[in-house]
Design a protein around this ligand. Structure first.
Ligand code: SF4
Length: 63
């Protein structure tokens, strides 16, 4: 699994960082930062959920 996030689309809602804190963080402006794009097995369910919950569609998950 790989994950990317579009900074230009992110609205800083923070759902990703709350849902998968080991994978997503936010910068000082609230914009998403992907901490690792190569997702470990233990984080995969949370990453899928973050992709669903993101209100702007900024997160792209590739299985
Ligand atoms: S949930 Fe979506 S809109 Fe919110 S910070 Fe994460 S990527 Fe950005």
């Amino acid at each position: 699994m790989r994950v990317t996030a579009d900074h230009g689309v992110c609205v800083g809602a923070g759902m990703c960082a709350l849902t998968a804190p080991g994978v997503f963080d936010q910068d000082d402006d609230g914009i998403v930062t992907v901490l690792t794009s190569d997702i470990e097995e233990s984080h995969r369910d949370a990453v899928r959920e973050a992709g669903i919950l993101c209100p702007s569609g900024a997160i792209r998950v590739v299985e």
